[in-house]
Design a protein around this ligand. Structure first.
Ligand code: VG1
Ligand code: CO
Length: 546
């Protein structure tokens, strides 16, 4: 074995987005591409010093290219002098499980190989992200510094050792670095056991309660099987599409009513189970359904907040809650009534990290099917499902009854997100630039029959470290507090995606069953006119509505 120094050509403008670096597999397969990112990361983390004394956690969602990337990173970590790498068996670790392993084992950080909900396979997407010692996504400061380094890198160091067998647990050595192939589920399951009333959930399943958990052929499968079927006694077959596949069965592992349409059909049809759930590629997202009923992620966060104290892990109450800016204000209303602080952060889980570390919030969530708490520093799909199961078990209420209870008390936030995908980047930029130019003149104007109270481009000052993140999305708020939010996606790999978030609060319970898109139609018209969506994109309607 020896360590080689290879000459490399730097990246060209490959700036990481909302959640690490995501590109087509073919981009990651280019010579030195992954290596450049990893070397820049190690340099940024350790300067010129060897990484001795440091433990790195490593794993991914099992998508195509996962295994080869794991081997490359092991060899680079060995060349960098890491003391130890903990790697999930088969190269597998879900995003929340990586966070749990980092925290429980006191590691310095972890590398997650995933493009989350983006499709996989040779023609699909791949991604890499670094999580810090708190178990959470690296702060913007670090990812920007890594990006800067990738532009000037001239070489990287890698061991020429043989590949490590990943399929059995056990210990190995490489250039003096210890490698432990670990059970990907154990630490994660231990965390969940401390939070939830497993006995109550076991009794729920024993009484005949039926759940259908769709793992979407992604990494959530092994976790859900082990915990829901293995420990909680749900019947075999409760977790479907459970084996992680390199191409997610050719599907889009994104748990929303569009991509998990089969699950929705099961829950809407005759003989539907009591509850449905799904998780995404790296198992940090969740979708919850009741029989004949779809729960919106924003409502889910509000329900978990309202009932948190019924769950052992949150019995002492909530320090505070947080939601991303475009997420509906349902949780704000619940929190206000409970006297709990509520924070509004930019999109992306990294912004919750400081608040969680400082003990200022306990629960947090995003409209994009992400919910989580201070138990780890990532959103956690299966955690949300266990939370809902625990609530159903101890309240005796169905999923639908739990949601309707919150609507009754606080009104319903009619909510939808419209995505316009695959827009040529310059056109999307032009749309946003034009909108931003008009912002200061919008207050007091009437557009498409709607009276605009105020408009701005969301800027966030982190209450803990004072760092400022600007231009996080255009908000247009009406006099009745309805709002439209515009932002461009930071996770796509083809062209640009415009996200339009629509929200209107409906206090009148007799109108809670109006179809959401109908209730939001005036806002859709406003959004179209304000941003000139069709003029800029040529698209008369969104490509995905959730
Ligand atoms: C999207 C979601 C955002 C989420 C991010 C990562 O980002 O909108 O809420 O945090 O994906 O989720 P964007 O920039 O495309 O809107 V995951 O599960 O994909 O890592
Ligand atoms: Co994800």
């Amino acid at each position: 074995m020896s360590i080689q120094t290879l000459t490399t050509t730097p990246f060209d403008g490959q700036k990481p987005g909302t959640s690490g670096l995501r590109k087509k597999v073919t981009v990651f397969q280019q010579p030195h591409y992954l290596e450049n990112f990893v070397q820049a990361l190690f340099d940024e983390l350790h300067g010129d010093a060897p990484a001795s004394g440091h433990t790195l956690v490593l794993g991914g969602d099992g998508r195509f290219h996962n295994r080869s990337a794991v081997q490359t990173i092991l060899k680079m970590a060995a060349a960098r002098g890491y003391s130890q790498v903990l790697v999930g068996q088969g190269g597998i670790l879900s995003t929340p499980a990586t966070s749990a392993v980092i925290r429980r084992r006191g590691a310095s950080g972890g590398i997650i190989l995933s493009a989350s909900h983006n499709p996989g396979g040779p023609d699909g997407d791949f991604g890499i992200k670094y999580n810090a010692t708190n178990g959470g996504p690296a702060p913007e400061k670090l990812t920007e510094a890594v990006f800067e380094r990738t532009r000037s890198l001239s070489s990287y160091r890698i061991s020429d050792a043989a590949d490590i067998p990943l399929d059995t647990q056990g210990a190995h050595q490489m250039e003096g670095m210890g490698i432990e192939v670990i059970d990907p589920v154990a630490d994660y399951a231990a965390v969940q056991r401390e939070l939830f009333d497993f006995d109550a959930i076991r009794r729920l399943f024993a009484s005949g309660f039926r759940l259908r958990y769709d793992a979407m052929w992604a990494v959530g499968g092994p976790y859900a099987k082990a915990i829901i079927e293995g420990e909680l006694g749900a019947p075999a077959g409760t977790v479907v599409n459970a084996e992680p596949k390199e191409d997610f069965g050719g599907l889009h592992p994104d748990p929303n009513p569009v991509y998990a349409d089969d699950l929705v059909a099961q829950l809407m049809g005759a003989g539907a189970p009591d509850m449905g759930a799904a998780s995404d590629g790296d198992a940090d997202r969740n979708m919850i359904l009741g029989r004949g009923f779809i729960v919106s992620p924003s409502d889910s966060l509000a329900v978990l907040t309202a009932h948190a104290q019924r769950v052992p892990g949150y019995r002492r109450g909530l320090a505070g809650v947080a939601r991303s800016m475009p997420t509906s204000t349902a949780v704000d209303r619940v929190a206000r009534a409970m006297g709990v602080a509520c924070f509004e952060t930019p999109t992306g889980w990294k912004f919750f990290g400081n608040l969680l570390d400082a003990g200022q919030v306990t629960l947090c969530g995003e409209e994009s099917y992400g919910t989580g708490s201070d138990h780890v520093r990532e959103k956690d799909g299966l955690w949300a499902v266990l939370f809902w199961l625990n609530l159903v078990a101890v309240t005796g209420q169905s999923v639908e009854e739990l949601v309707r209870g919150v609507w009754r008390e606080h009104g319903r936030c009619m909510y939808s997100r419209h995505d316009y995908e695959g827009i040529p980047t310059e056109r999307a930029d032009a749309l946003m630039a034009e909108l931003r130019n008009r912002l200061s003149s919008l207050a007091g104007q009437t557009v498409a029959g709607q009276h605009i109270a105020w408009a701005d481009d969301f800027s966030y000052t982190d209450p803990v470290d004072g760092s400022v993140s600007q231009r996080q999305g255009v908000r247009v708020v009406l006099e009745d507090s309805s709002r439209v939010v515009f932002r461009l996606s930071g996770t796509g790999t083809e062209g640009a995606t415009l996200r339009v978030y629509l929200e209107r609060h409906e206090p009148d319970a007799t109108r809670h069953d109006l179809p959401v898109q109908q209730a939001l139609a005036p806002l859709v018209q406003l959004a179209g006119e304000l941003a000139g969506i069709e003029r800029h994109t040529g698209m008369g309607s969104p490509s995905v509505m959730t």
